[in-house]
Design a protein around this ligand. Structure first.
Ligand SMILES: C[S@@+](CC[C@H](N)C(=O)[O-])C[C@H]1O[C@@H](n2cnc3c(N)ncnc32)[C@H](O)[C@@H]1O
Length: 348
């Protein structure tokens, strides 16, 4: 059955982690159904500004409808991949900001959409792309990649211990065109040895990550996000599996250090300066009540860090970059109170 709503995960915790304030400007890099975005707009009113990004044009249409009651605030919704975060911010002159949110993965709406092929609960073509503009679908991967490459994807992105056996059987059954066919191959290969978890869960996760280059894009976008944050701006990331969470945890810890030399180095030669401070050392997870009402939230992990200055000068970016000629600037302004860090990226 197609779901018509997506329940935002760790909603109150996200608003607190972002330290949303009236008049603040925020970026929601995964605007989805607009649940977190609506709460950000509510708490940043009056005068809040939101730039929402999503790779999926359908998600953006839904977000547009959901956010319509907030149109007295400034909202800009952009259909793009967050791997282009920096360029988007330069194009729309939207930096520095008070907070950036990544709520990773896919929404309940996408999961239950028959056309998208994200789920084995219904039979659909093997697509799994967040955006129809992407070239490679899951069907392309299962039907054209070599056995070794397929096994490596299942092992690396699904942490699937039976990757070789599954890859071998996929190759044997080619062409594999539908979600149910693929789930059936995995089930026949490894049986039902994972208790409540469907045996094909890891295979589907691996293919989705590979199709959308999720880990690579996340690594790149996190780096870009730090440069876009103003002084004391918050970076908040909600992840749903250990591969994503490991990237976020390592990135934040690394960026919170003044030296990243190997421990055996006799003296510091790295010149690294902390750009973040861990705003909460502990990972934030949903309460039992949230998991009860929204079981999809059970694997969520929220991490938050705050931008610190490693630079002595502040700098007004408005003089350096100009808005595109066709950009509607009504209601768009640079926030007066946001201390700006020297912007470290250059306009492309
Ligand atoms: C978990 S949902 C977000 C739900 C949203 N926070 C809400 O409250 O409705 C994740 C969204 O991120 C989008 N997404 C995932 N990776 C993306 C990327 N690299 N660039 C842009 N959007 C992405 C998906 O299309 C999906 O709509």
């Amino acid at each position: 059955m197609t779901k018509t709503t997506h329940t935002p995960v760790l909603l109150q915790e996200t608003i607190e982690a972002l330290a949303v304030q009236p008049g603040g400007r925020y970026i929601d890099c995964t605007v989805g159904g607009g649940g977190h975005a609506a709460a950000i707009l509510k708490h940043s009113s009056p005068g809040g500004q939101l730039l929402g990004i999503d790779a999926d044009p359908d998600a953006l249409k839904k977000a547009n409808r959901k956010l319509a009651p907030h149109y007295s605030s400034s909202i800009l919704l952009i259909n793009d991949n967050f791997v282009n975060l920096q360029n988007i911010c330069i194009k729309y002159d939207f930096f520095p900001v008070h907070g950036i949110l990544f709520d990773l993965g896919l929404s309940s709406l996408q999961l239950s959409d028959r056309e998208r092929g994200f789920s084995f609960q219904q039979d659909s073509p093997l697509d799994m792309r967040f955006s129809p503009d992407q070239d490679i679908t899951a069907a392309d991967i299962v039907n054209t990649f070599t056995e070794n490459r397929l096994a490596s994807i299942l092992a690396t992105f699904g942490e699937e211990s039976y990757s070789k056996q599954i890859a071998r059987n996929i190759i044997r059954e080619r062409p594999v065109t539908s979600t149910r066919q693929l789930a059936g191959i995995v089930e026949q290969t490894i049986g039902n040895r994972r208790g409540k978890i469907h045996p094909a869960t890891k295979t589907f996760q691996a293919l989705r990550i590979a199709v959308n280059q999720e880990l690579k894009n996340l690594q790149s976008a996190l780096k870009q996000a730090v440069d876009i944050l103003g002084f004391e701006g918050r970076l908040v990331v909600i992840s749903y599996h250990s591969l994503e969470d490991r990237i976020v945890k390592q990135f934040m810890r690394q960026e919170a250090k003044d030296c990243v030399c190997p421990p055996e180095a006799p003296k510091c030669i790295c010149d690294h300066k902390a750009s973040l401070r861990l705003a909460s050392r502990k990972v934030i997870t949903p309460s039992p009540a949230e998991i009860y009402y929204n079981p999809r939230s059970r694997s969520a992990k929220l991490r938050v860090a705050e931008r610190v200055s490693n630079q002595s000068e502040y700098f007004d970016a408005t003089e350096e970059y100009s808005l595109p000629d066709d950009f509607d600037t009504r209601g768009w302004r640079k926030p007066a109170l946001l201390k700006k860090l020297k912007v470290t990226f250059s306009a492309s």
